[in-house]
Ligand binder design. Structure first.
Ligand code: MTE
Length: 327
């Protein structure tokens, strides 16, 4: 059993207080409900189940992008797949890996709706078919002030969306994720307003950095990482990365999002990584980088960069906007 060190940010600091209290209730309930849960009770927020040493799962070979990469040390497979946020499987970092075994990501369909010329239900294969998979090494910054460096496999989100021919009324894109209480023990608890919802402005969604990911480290996404498809928007806090997407809808008005509903003063719609805008209860000026084999255990604090280091690519999307008001 690998045990993770308690992070330097206290558990009480990393979620809104109301959700933190629900989480304590949730963890208590989980241990009470332990016999009912396939994978046993939660043993604490920072412990994770024993993991495979290296990448496992179906191989997804994809050439590494020369344009979208970083030379920074990669996070280990183990940390990237055992230290997760996926509240539908529980609120502890080890819960998704521990509780996601029953989840069935195949077969999968995605409904496309709203202001677009082409709408309807598409299989995952349909959605990906015209596009070649590529690998991109991105920095991944969580709002809780930890970060990873992960080689994702996927297709540009914009290329996928363009195919639906969004109309001029499509100003935003909303993503709804799967809600399957029988396979997702966390949904029994009102931690968030299920289903999990996220959204982007259309130009953010069409930006070449935005990725529709289906794998990591050359393998299909494990359930806990958002199988079979999820968003990766590397200049924003990780919660914009909706996992296990079942619906894509083009909206004229700004859609509601789960974290924004849960705590509007703590999680704004834009959620761009911004070291000068602290979370109300902790600093965003630095982050705990979980990288290398020492990973979590030896995570060091490093300075957080504006737009998570992607300012050169994306700052122009926000020209003229007050990013303190639009956090
Ligand atoms: N998607 C769903 N459906 N449910 C979730 O709870 N958590 C988000 C995001 N996507 C979440 C989700 C948060 S808070 C983060 S930081 C990232 O997933 C974490 O992705 P990772 O576990 O692959 O690092």
């Amino acid at each position: 059993m690998k045990r993770y060190r308690v992070p330097t940010v206290a558990g009480s600091e990393i979620t809104p207080e109301s959700i933190y209290l629900q989480r304590r209730h949730f963890l208590r309930s989980l241990s009470l409900a332990a016999p009912l849960l396939a994978s046993g009770c939660s043993r604490g927020e920072e412990t994770a189940p024993t993991a495979a040493a290296g990448p496992v799962g179906k191989p997804l070979p994809a050439p590494r992008s020369e344009r979208w990469k970083t030379d920074e040390e990669l996070t280990s497979w183990n940390d990237a797949t055992q230290y997760n946020n996926y509240y539908e499987f529980g609120t502890g970092k080890g819960d998704p890996a521990r509780n996601a075994g029953r989840f069935k990501p195949q077969p999968w369909t995605v409904e496309v709706a709203g202001h677009a010329e082409v709408t309807g239900r598409f299989t995952l294969e349909d959605l990906l078919k015209p596009h070649a998979l590529q690998e991109r090494v991105y920095r991944h910054r969580c709002v809780e002030a930890w970060s990873m460096v992960i080689p994702w496999v996927g297709i540009p989100l914009g290329a996928c969306l363009a195919r639906f021919k969004p109309t001029s009324r499509a100003k935003y894109v909303a993503f709804t994720t799967v809600q399957r209480p029988a396979e997702m023990p966390g949904i029994a608890y009102p931690v968030l307003d299920w289903p999990y919802r996220e959204a982007l402005r259309i130009d953010e969604a069409m930006h070449p950095l935005s990725l529709l990911a289906v794998g990591l480290y050359g393998r299909e996404l494990p359930n806990q990482n958002g199988a079979p498809l999820r968003l990766i928007v590397p200049w924003k806090y990780g919660f914009k990365g909706a996992k296990s997407i079942v619906r894509i809808e083009f909206w004229e008005r700004q859609p509601v999002t789960s974290w924004n509903i849960a705590a509007p003063t703590e999680y704004g719609f834009y959620s761009n990584v911004n070291p000068t805008v602290d979370h109300p209860r902790w600093t965003q000026a630095s982050e705990r980088r979980i990288a290398g084999n020492g990973g979590n255990l030896f995570a060091r604090r490093i300075a957080t960069l504006p737009f998570n280091g992607y300012a050169e690519d994306v700052a122009s999307l926000y020209a003229g906007m007050d990013l303190r008001a639009n956090f």
